[in-house]
Every structure is written in C-alpha cells, then in structure tokens.
Design a protein around this ligand. Sequence first.
Ligand code: ACO
Length: 211
Amino acid sequence: MTRHPGWPVSAGPLRVAGGLVTVRSVKLRDAAAWSRLRIRDRAHLEPWEPTGESPWDARHHISVWPGLYRSLRAEAHRGAMIPMAIELDGRFCGQLTVGNIVRGALRSAWIGYWVEKDVNGRGVATAAVALGLDHCFGPVGLHRVEATVRPENDASRAVLRNVGFRDEGLLERYLDVDGRFRDHLLVAMTVEEVPGSVADRLVRSGRATWA
Ligand code: ACO
C-alpha cells in the first residue's frame, strides 16, 4: 500500500494552560471517548457542524466509529485526508482534520477541529491547530491551508487568529450547517507566512511552551 507523506501522524506535546496537547492519527480504540464526548457535548458542537442526515445520537453511537474510522483511514491512505485525534494529557479530547488535500500545482487543504466543552478556553485548540499546520507545511509538503468559519463562531475565530490565519473574504451561503446554508469567512495561510514553525511562533508569543 502506498504511504502518503505525513501519515501516520504524531506531533507535540505543547504545554498550554489546559495541560499537554498532542495530535496523532485517529485510532479504532477512540470509539468510546469519541461517542461519549460527541453525545454529551451536542449543544456545544451542533451549531457549527455540517448538517447530518440522521439524528445526532444515532450518528455518534459507539457502534458508528469503526466504520467511520475505516473510511477516514482509507482517505488517509489515499493521501486525501489527515484525520487526527487531539489529546490533552494523554486523553482523547477532540479531533483535528485536514481534508481535501490536493497536490500538483495547488498543494492545498482545509483544516477543521472540535474540542470537548469541559476544557474550552485553555489553549487546547490553538495548540492543536498550530501542531497540525506545522505537520501540513512540513511532512505533508503543502503550500496552503485554508479554513472556513461562521462569522458568529467567536471562539473558533479566536483560534484561527491565534495561529496567524489571514482573512480572505466572505463565502455567502457556503455550507449546510445546523440545518441551513450559512455564510462562512474564508481564512488561509501559505508556507511563506511561516518562517520557522507555527508552534514556535505560539511559544514566542507566550501562548504555549515546548514540553
Ligand atoms: N467570544 C470571544 N472569544 C471567545 C469566546 C467567545 N464567546 N469563547 C472563547 N473565546 C476565545 C478564548 O478567549 C480564546 O482566545 P484567546 O486565546 O485569544 O483568549 C479562544 O476563543 C479559544 O482558544 P482555545 O482555548 O485554544 O480553544 P478551545 O480549546 O476552547 O477550542 C473551539 C475552541 C475548537 C472552537 C471549541 O470551542 C469547539 O470545539 N467549539 C465547537 C465546534 C467548533 O466550533 N469547531 C470549529 C469550527 S470552524 C473550523 O473548524 C475552522
């Protein structure tokens, strides 16, 4: 089987207010933690996520993970996606996904994430996205990473700002999220904007330390 650059992945740890943050490839054994957090934190997650085709609890039942995991891993082996778990002090606390990896002259992808509600506001997503971006610009060899975020999502916009994304514009009625097509802000970063590493920049700004 072809091994695509940057898969599997293991990066960090970075120390932030919440503890030690690492990112790694998703695993079959993530089923229980994934299902528990996704079902418990529905109200926290649903307003910002693509509209699903089945009820939330059914979509996040523990029995769903093995099939989802296998399709994510297949996409990773194809080189189209990098599906990662975010760990805080060695415990699964969210996901970081790099998707739509396009090579050739574009060498581009999008990045998206979620983190359990209980640890919010302690720098976890910021650290995870910084590690993910360095992985994209380093081992994966991408030139550009973009993200889209609803204008109302202040916490996620703060994360994107923290790691140095640049605003590119407004995508009107871009994505079917929480039951309707919603406007999204497009932000991006290219490798030229990161002399050194995004994580090092975070450390220099005092938001994180290398553990
Ligand atoms: N208004 C303004 N700023 C806020 C608010 C708010 N209501 N709530 C939090 N913040 C700020 C915090 O102060 C912090 O900024 P600072 O570091 O400059 O002080 C920032 O938002 C949060 O940074 P972190 O602590 O690194 O992020 P956290 O680990 O809390 O995770 C996340 C943030 C991922 C958005 C989490 O709340 C979450 O999972 N939300 C639900 C799902 C979601 O929105 N995912 C992102 C979709 S968009 C995308 O993927 C590109």
